[in-house]
Write a protein that binds this ligand. Structure first.
Ligand code: C2E
Ligand code: CA
Ligand code: CA
Length: 387
């Protein structure tokens, strides 16, 4: 007896599902009681008695196996029907580690059930080996080790001042050459580190290496270039990170005035709190750059609220300027707006001599891109600085 497709009522003795049935839904018990049992030789072995607030039938919906137990109503029931899409899509969308753990636990439980029934089962460990979530945990452990062994490297991409062609700064970019997987893209490395607290030691490691390397460049070519360091959205708003960054500058004898902190727009960051963090960073002497300008939802708000020293225009507003007059017009207006606000502009993605020429024409102060130089090691930076 069914009320609607979302809630059903069942009388004592009715069967909700039997072992071997295809699974089309799970149930939440709202009222009444359901007994779950499995057939063992000639008898039914009761696994559970489920009452209000409990869920049943979800296992087969998650792993799309047939039912491995039978559910019979033992006291008149009202049940909420849970559709496969309500469960599966959430599991698909879940963090891969959580996803893998659910699948592993299910597999282990099923294997126990079949073993108890005398049926041989495939080893659960075979699944564990290939699971994406488990690979991720391994990678996290390898990242922790790489941080300790110094396998995380930093390379530097030159930034050119357009009025005199001098290399005036570098952007520090993290690199991880994994012994088995090869180079791990920095975006993957950063998002992996952001999922755990590893982003704190990783961010500080890159910062310290970059600041020390700036010291080496300054000693070789005084006054030396500025150093721009990307700060993960997870570390902006973190006062402890700023304090430790300040300590690193003191220990290495580098002045924060020559260090730029590059912030990228992120929906997870509260702009009000970020504004307070930026004020604190500026009080310590750091320069602030708004990175990837034009790509996020809060670009203009970042410009008004954070009052950055530098604006970095994202590559996608720079690369097309040669052939697309509309993008060129947008770039020109952004440069003019920045000038009105007293903010310097770095254009990213300068890939050809035409790009550099056009950037100069629109009044952009600095440019970065493959035409000026790809990311290089500290030793190679020295060669770029010496005329
Ligand atoms: P980003 O901060 O926008 O860095 C610029 C990226 O564009 C770099 O890629 C750089 O190699 C690339 N690039 C530079 N010039 C050109 C060009 O002319 N054409 C093209 N097509 N690409 C160019 P990379 O090193 O792969 O870094 C990717 C992103 O990873 C960075 O984007 C940044 O968001 C993140 N990242 C890298 N290192 C760090 C780090 O130490 N900390 C944090 N939080 N993020 C980092
Ligand atoms: Ca950047
Ligand atoms: Ca950028």
């Amino acid at each position: 007896m069914s009320d609607d497709s979302y809630q059903i009522k069942k009388r004592t003795g009715e069967v909700l599902f039997r072992e071997g049935d295809l699974a089309d839904c799970a149930y939440i018990v709202e009222e009444g009681c359901v007994e779950v049992s499995v057939a063992r030789e000639d008898t039914q072995v009761v696994l559970a008695e489920l009452g209000p607030g409990e869920i049943l039938g979800e296992m087969a919906v998650i792993d799309q196996f047939n039912r491995t137990a039978t559910a019979i109503v033992t006291a008149d029931c009202r049940l909420t029907v849970v559709t496969p899409s309500q469960i599966r899509q959430r599991i698909v969308d879940a963090d891969p580690v959580v996803h893998s753990l659910i699948e592993i636990l299910l597999r282990r439980y099923r294997s126990e059930l079949t073993r108890a029934g005398g049926i041989p089962v495939e080893a659960a460990s075979a699944f564990v080996f290939h699971s994406r979530g488990i690979q991720k945990i391994r990678l996290e452990n390898e990242l922790m080790r790489a941080l300790e062994t110094g396998d995380i490297k930093v390379v530097y991409q030159p930034i050119r001042r357009l009025k005199d062609g001098i290399i005036c700064g570098f952007e520090a970019l993290v690199r991880w050459d994994h012994p088995k997987r090869g180079t791990i893209p920095p975006e993957e490395l950063i998002s992996l580190a952001e999922e755990t607290d590893l982003i704190v030691p990783l961010g500080l490691h890159v910062f310290e290496v970059a600041v020390r390397d700036r010291g080496v460049l300054r000693a070789a070519c005084s006054p030396g270039p500025f150093m721009s360091v990307n700060v993960s959205a997870k570390l902006t708003c973190d006062q402890a990170f700023l304090d430790q960054a300040g300590d690193i500058c003191r220990r290495t004898g580098e002045t924060p005035q020559e260090i730029m902190l590059e912030l990228t727009e992120s929906s997870s960051v509260d702009v009000q709190r970020l504004g307070e963090w930026v004020v604190s960073a500026k009080d310590m002497g750091f320069q602030i750059t708004v990175d990837d300008f034009g790509t996020g939802y809060a670009s203009l708000e970042y410009l008004t609220r954070l009052a950055p020293n530098v604006l970095k225009i994202d590559q996608r507003f720079v690369r097309p300027i040669v052939e697309d007059p509309r993008t060129a017009a947008v770039l020109l207006r952004v440069v003019q707006m920045a000038r009105d606000l007293g903010v310097q502009v770095i254009a990213e993605g300068a890939e050809s001599p035409q790009h550099v020429r056009m950037l100069e024409e629109v009044g952009c102060e600095m440019a970065q891109g493959y035409e000026i130089g790809r990311p290089v090691t500290r030793m190679e930076c020295l060669a770029l600085l010496r005329p």
